[in-house]
Design a protein around this ligand. Sequence first.
Ligand SMILES: *Cc1c(COP(=O)(O)O)cnc(C)c1O
Length: 386
Amino acid sequence: MAKPSFEMNNTRLLRNLLLPVHVSRRTYFGKEQSYKQAPTLSYSVRDAAYDFRSDTVTVPTTAMFEAMRTASLGDDVFEEDRTTNEFEEFIADFTGYESAVFVASGTMGNQLALRTHLTQPPYSVLLDARSHIYNYETGGLAYHSGAHVIPVHPSNPIHMTRKDVMNSLIVSDDVHYAPTRVVALENTLNGTLFPLSEIANISVVARENNVKMHLDGARLWNACAETGDSIKDYAKHFDSISLCFSKGLGAPMGSMLVGSKDFIKKARHFRKVFGGGWRQSGPIAAAAKHALEANYPTRLRETHKLARQFASELSQCGVLITKPVHTNMIWMDISPLGITSNVLQTELTKENIRIFDTDATNLRATITGEKAENDLHLRTWWITRD
Ligand SMILES: *Cc1c(COP(=O)(O)O)cnc(C)c1O
């Protein structure tokens, strides 16, 4: 491979762009210390701070550990854990639903929701061809629910429209078809916002046809933080929503599925069948609750601002930004720099920086705000160029 200095300069430029420089003095784990001199305990903090691959890469703060330490330790399969029960009630209320069940992962939340909505095959689920449920849940819809899937390629580059749904929805009882029982939407999808007005239009069509609406709201927190909408505004249009605490909010794990009382009761039954009945879930619930309280909505909004700042720096550097940066994700094409994703990744690895590639020249960076006590960011990316 040739080594035109132009290319190498650009590689270095990009590396410098990605290097967080605002890393001087921070307080974490009770000690004031330089970020680069982080001791063993903080090693994962430093790793996370340089890891742009996903907003799942976060680490608990001391305050979060403290919340975990003081949580109740009852048995959640018996529905006797106070911290978990209170958190479920809080989220049900906060989102405008009757009931909620705390589960291990976003995938489990989505799959339980669909399994609970779908009762008697043959049936189909309509969703965006780019969605998490369709692409990244190991074919779970077929495995758990025996469902046929209708992946829609939206006419609009950002989100599905009412028309897309009407064109693909199967309402016929002709024996050749698998009638659509659920429309599953996702917000944010690839970090972009699904307008509430279009969601409302879609839900009207679904309800007219007796079709359930599920929202994969793994990152609905980001959408609401950005738009100022409340989760309740979305809830009106969906029979169920799954919400993750393990993404930008920064909890180590945990998702909530919300819906009607009967729906959640049934989902709880399926959760046990899935092997997802957990015992002393209190500390996990406490971490999730703390993540929400500490980071929603202000901290999330800050990460979005940083993402936009970062994207603008990248584009000044010649990088193509391939999707609008509505929230915490930056999708980029580095081909104008004359380097490949591999070359860039190799270069960045030298600095311990990790970034996710989608193909030979396209990559994704996500921004999360890790914060320690005293409200300091552990992961503030004040991006500068040398
Ligand atoms: C992360 C994510 C999930 C669930 O992921 P888990 O790793 O199973 O927690 C579901 N949907 C979307 C859109 C996600 O981003």
